[in-house]
Design a binder for this molecule. Sequence first.
Ligand SMILES: C[S@@+](CC[C@H](N)C(=O)[O-])C[C@H]1O[C@@H](n2cnc3c(N)ncnc32)[C@H](O)[C@@H]1O
Length: 202
Amino acid sequence: MVEIEYKNTRVKLGASDLVYEPAEDSFLLADAALEEAEPCMRILEIGAGSGFVSAVLKANVKGIRILATEINPHAARCAKANEVEVIRTDLFRGLKPGSQKASFDLILFNPPYLPTSKEEKVPGWLNYAFDGGTSGRETLDRFLSEVRNYLKPGGKVLILISSITGLESVKEKMEKLGFEVDIVQRKKVSFEELMVVRGKLL
Ligand SMILES: C[S@@+](CC[C@H](N)C(=O)[O-])C[C@H]1O[C@@H](n2cnc3c(N)ncnc32)[C@H](O)[C@@H]1O
């Protein structure tokens, strides 16, 4: 199995046609999460992929408790191989909103953020890593509509988006839902700019 090393963490990768391979977006979200995470926080990562972001956090922040969800069974298996506790499900399904177990200080998501037409879809489960629907925000919008049910008072979200996802639309939706919004990381990568958007529950 191929492995990569990042910030004192060795992460096993799945087959590249089945599981999203950590890339600049994953690194940017991991860096932002490392700045935000504090010892003993309860953290949820939606769409863990290989488990890269959660594994990096576990290796670098003392006493944090991380749970992840992932819709792609191959990715969920890979995250487990990286010792990430993962539930194979759609977004938050299977978590009981309001219960102590499903209440988090910080929730992370590197969603499928590319506007995608029918012709651009890739075959199989890997499509979930890229396909943001025609707007690029279909999965992200579903996530945003539900996320506050799983946050503690004053809890935060960190979301990776690209300039082509539409920062203003994402910001507007988050503000309407009661988040104070700022950008904590930015990186230009070829034709797009990647950003980590932080939302803090007011
Ligand atoms: C861009 S990849 C990011 C993977 C990993 N977090 C990283 O940063 O390397 C998006 C991941 O979200 C997963 N995903 C997409 N839609 C999902 C959904 N509705 N519920 C759970 N996971 C989902 C995909 O299968 C994919 O693994």
